[in-house]
Design a protein around this ligand. Sequence first.
Ligand SMILES: [Zn+2]
Length: 412
Amino acid sequence: MKQLFINIKELLQVRENKVDKLSGAEMKELPTIKNAWLLIEDDTIADYGEMDSLPEINADKTIDAEGKIILPSWCDSHTHIVYAGNRELEFADRINGLSYEEIANRGGGILNSAKTLQETSEEEVYQQSAKRLEEVIKLGTGAVEIKSGYGLTEEGELKMLRVIKKLQQNYELPIKATFLGAHAIPKEYKERPDAYMDLVIEKILPKVAEENLAEYIDIFCEKGYFSVADTHKLLSAAKKFGLKPKIHVNQFNAIGGIQAGIEHDALSVDHLEVMRPEDIESLKETSTMPVALPSCSLFLSIPYTPAREMLDSGLPLALATDFNPGSTPSGNMNLVVSLACIKMKMTPEEAINAATINGAYAMELSKTHGSITKGKKANFILTGKIPSYTFLPYAFGTNSIESVFINGKRIE
Ligand SMILES: [Zn+2]
C-alpha cells in the first residue's frame, strides 16, 4: 500500500546518505525539508521531497499534514520496561529524606522489585509490561531495548527474558533484549557476592544463550554493586556466547567502568552522571556510544550527564529513558528530549539527533531506523499543528504528538 503525506510543515532528520551515528559538532545539524511530501510503501520509506517538485503519484491514501511536522520515531536504547508491581511507596520514603542507598539497605530498591517479580506469574508480568510498552509507543517510541535484572535467580531472569521475547513476537517495533543478571546482589548472597557472579556466569548466562534470549549483556558497575573486576569477568564470559556489552557505569561513582566497557568493545556505556576528564578522553575514537538518562537524574535529584563537555570534546551522545520502577517510572522520550535541552544545555537539534539516529546506533538499528531515509522502516511521529520543531522540547509536559506510525501502520 502506498501512503502519501503532503503539505508537511517540516520533515525532520532527512538523511540521503546513511549515517550510523553523529558525534560532536555533527550533532548540531538537523537536516530538514520544509513544505515537504513523504511517500511510504507498505512498511518502508519510499521517497520524499519538496511540495514544489511533487511528482504524480498513484497513492492508495493521501494524508494532508498541513501545519504538522514528521520526524523519525524515538529510539529508546535503555529501558527496564519488563517488571512487576510498582514502587510508589518508596517514592514517599524518598520524599521523606531517605537516600537511594538507604532505601536499598532497608530491603527496598532493586531487591524489592526482584521479590515482586519472583512472586508474579510470567503471564501477569507480560500483561503489565505490554501495557507499558503500548504507552511508550503512543508517546512516539518506535524502537526499544529492554533489560532483565529484576529476577536475580535463574528462574526469575529467564522469566523476564521470555516476557521480552513474547513482546518481540507480538509487537511490530524492534525490541532488543539485554541480560542484566548482574543488576544487584541478592540478599542471600550478601556475604558471598562472588558466588552470585558464579551463578550468573556459569548457570544463567549459558541458559540465556542456549534459548537465544538476549543479544546484549549488561552489569551495574558501581560501588556496592559490581566491581570493575566483576565487569571484566562477566563481559569476557558473555563474549564467548556472542553477547555484546551495554553497561550501567558512572551513575554515582567513577570507578573505571567506562574503560572496562571500551576494552570489551561495548556498544554503549550508559548513565555517565559522574564523568572524570579521563573518562571523556577514553571514549574518544571508540565505537562505544555514551548514553545519557536525564529523567533518572530528574527523579533521583542526582547530577545530569555533562553533555556539553562531552559533545564539545567531539563525543557522540544518545538519549534514553531508563524506564524502570525504582529510579525512572517514566518511558516518555519527549520529556527526555526536553530535559536534555533544559538541564543538559543540548540544543533541540542535538537532542533530537541523540534521541533518534544515535539511539538507533546504541541498538545496532541505524541501518533501518533513526532517520527519514529511503529504504528505512516507516517508523515516525506525526505531530499536531505546532509552530516549529523547537516547540517539542520547549513545551515540556505537553503531548505534541497526533499519531505514531510503526512499519507504515498508524497506531490507534
Ligand atoms: Zn538502567
